[in-house]
Ligand binder design. Structure first.
Ligand SMILES: NC(=O)c1ccc[n+]([C@@H]2O[C@H](COP(=O)([O-])OP(=O)(O)OC[C@H]3O[C@@H](n4cnc5c(N)ncnc54)[C@H](O)[C@@H]3O)[C@@H](O)[C@H]2O)c1
Length: 271
């Protein structure tokens, strides 16, 4: 169903790798709601991913950019304004990667070079994206910037490893930059804290199967899907949420405020 919520709005969407990606679903929904956008991902993901299919489907252009490279980001912002014909109304940062998670390195035995790399890609890149947009005065007034996060930033999930720390940092950047973007440019900045979702990044976390089923049983409304996340993001890009900013917003079926559910109690009750 479409409500035309994003008619006339222009944006940049980072992180669509394949049809499971949260960014992929978001691009589809934004397109349905009348928004136009540039798709971007790391140059390596261009070769692995299917981003061209998405670009064709949504009538979008693709500009490769490593989100840790200031030069790539400058090029992305300049070219996006040219292609879209004006300033940017919405940006989705949907990027995450931990080398320690990928290589199965335990949290008590981190490789610090890998940790720094993952922090740069998963957290600092959000600052870099915003700093590039801010300095170029590329965002329209009442524009909206969203990044995706996970509740391991607030509570410990052992296998989430150093991504937990990256997400805490990411959420803090949203608040800190949100202040200046709000004051100086009337732009809002938020993070959405999403349920575990079966994507390439999600499935990279050890024990993901147990993790996602547990969250499902613990959430009164069940896990939020990638499509649910896309829909929530559309509302944050729309004019209906103009003064929502500097928030970490849970899209998790109630998981974050549930102490225990009946299903979980039953599983642990010995008759
Ligand atoms: N899947 C989950 O369970 C879950 C839950 C909560 C939050 N999130 C977050 O959602 C976001 C999107 O992840 P996803 O689950 O859709 O997985 P995904 O693997 O589909 O997307 C991750 C994206 O990050 C991109 N990326 C990696 N390094 C990059 C770089 N240097 N420059 C630019 N892009 C780069 C990848 O190419 C990929 O497109 C991430 O921030 C992730 O942490 C995911």
């Amino acid at each position: 169903m479409s409500y035309n919520l994003l008619k006339g709005k222009r944006g940049i969407i980072f992180g669509a790798l394949d049809e499971n990606s949260i960014a992929w679903k978001t691009a589809e929904r934004v397109h349905e709601e009348g928004g136009t956008f540039v798709l971007t991902n790391a140059p390596i993901a261009m070769r692995m991913g299917k981003i061209r299919d998405l670009a064709e489907k949504t009538g979008s252009e693709i500009i490769p950019a490593d989100a840790t490279s200031a030069e790539d980001l400058q090029n992305l912002v300049d070219k996006s304004m040219e292609i879209l014909g004006g300033k940017i109304d919405f940006v989705l940062h949907s990027i995450g990667m931990s080398v320690n998670v990928r290589k199965g390195r335990h949290y008590t035995d981190l490789n610090y070079d890998w940790m720094t790399k993952g922090w740069d890609v998963s957290a600092v890149s959000f600052h870099k994206v915003m700093q590039t947009l801010y300095k170029a005065d590329a965002m329209s007034e009442w524009g909206s910037i969203v990044a995706l996060t996970y509740m391991a930033a607030q509570r410990t999930f052992p296998d989430y490893n150093d991504m937990a720390d990256n997400k805490s940092y990411l959420e803090s950047i949203a608040r800190s930059f949100g202040y200046f973007f709000g004051k100086d440019k009337k732009v809002r900045v938020n993070t959405i804290s999403q349920s575990p979702t079966p994507t390439t990044a999600g499935q990279g976390v050890k024990g993901f199967g147990g993790f996602i089923s547990y969250a499902e049983k613990m959430s009164p409304l069940g896990n939020a899907t990638a499509l649910d996340c896309a829909n929530y993001t559309v509302t944050l890009f729309s004019d209906l949420t103009k003064r929502v900013t500097m928030q970490n917003l849970y899209n998790d079926g109630g998981f974050s405020n549930t102490g225990v559910s009946q299903e979980v109690i039953e599983r642990f009750t010995e008759e």
